[in-house]
Design a protein around this ligand. Structure first.
Ligand code: ZN
Ligand code: ZN
Length: 266
């Protein structure tokens, strides 16, 4: 393996049945079932394993009425990744479904954008409409990591390891960042919530939960610019990801997909 090429995996841990109007600003005329899946991502390369986002646990799934399919820990173990050994975690943003399971990575440094931490601890959280996707315990857990010297802040674009960079997108959350990874098939971009579904970036449509609509739609251009092709952009909540990409190993179908492999269609 070249010294900056990585394997990339999507690990599905949760699911939410919902109708399509709930997924788009302004609703959706089709009114069909359009569920969301919940993922964390593993980036495996010469600098070790980097985990993007930490998901939620069983208790949070129940609180938020989201189904937890398999614990995040089990998905990592299925890939042979011991969470205790992970040194680098990237947090795309601080919404409840991206930054739970605080104690799963005791050795890790957590990489996030300055703007996300400021947003999640500042005046915007005085407003119910803006704090809706945040959990105070999640945010406090991140504050504790700051004080423990285990947070690493970025402002805009930065390199996490050779071949792995973070890119501030904003839009959905003020400090949302996406991740670009150099792989054997080119640059794969893990959008996280910069595009929940393929339908968002493909159709220029917007998820209802949004801090800034302009940044959302401009963000789609940024994702495409960063990726080797539009087929290299991986949305953050789309069940189609597991249909398009092969299972990481036999027996992991519908659970862990390999994203540095060619997608089956699309
Ligand atoms: Zn989000
Ligand atoms: Zn999300």
């Amino acid at each position: 393996m070249s010294d900056d090429l990585h394997e990339v995996y999507a690990i599905r841990y949760g699911h939410h049945k919902r109708m399509s109007p709930a997924n788009f600003l302004g609703g959706d005329p089709h009114d069909v079932l359009q569920p969301l899946d919940f993922y964390v991502w593993a980036i495996v390369g010469p600098s070790g394993t980097i985990v993007l986002d930490t998901g939620f646990d069983e208790a949070m799934g129940q609180k938020r009425d989201r189904e937890m399919i398999k614990p995040v820990r089990d998905g990592l173990l299925a890939l042979g990744i011991a969470p205790e050994s992970v040194k680098t975690v990237i947090i795309s943003h601080l919404h409840y479904d991206h930054c739970g399971n605080y104690d799963l990575f005791p050795q890790a440094c957590y990489h996030l954008q300055d703007r996300e931490m400021a947003y999640a601890t500042g005046r915007c959280m005085c407003h119910q409409a803006l704090r809706l996707p945040f959990e105070v315990d999640d945010v406090v857990a991140m504050v504790r990591k700051v004080f423990a010297g285990r947070a690493c802040f970025h402002d805009g674009e930065d390199e996490i390891a050779p071949g792995v960079t973070v890119h501030h997108i904003g839009g959905h959350s003020k400090g949302l960042q996406s991740v670009r990874v150099k792989t054997r098939r080119g640059y794969v971009v893990l959008a996280a919530d910069a595009s929940h579904l393929y339908a968002h970036m493909d159709g220029g449509r917007v998820f209802p939960l949004t801090y800034n609509v302009e940044e959302v739609v401009e963000g789609y251009n940024t994702l495409r610019r960063l990726a080797s092709s539009p087929r290299h952009v991986v949305p953050g909540h789309d069940p189609l990801v597991l249909a398009r990409y092969p299972a990481a190993k036999p027996g992991l179908d519908g659970w862990v997909a390999r994203l540095d492999a060619e997608p089956k269609d699309a």
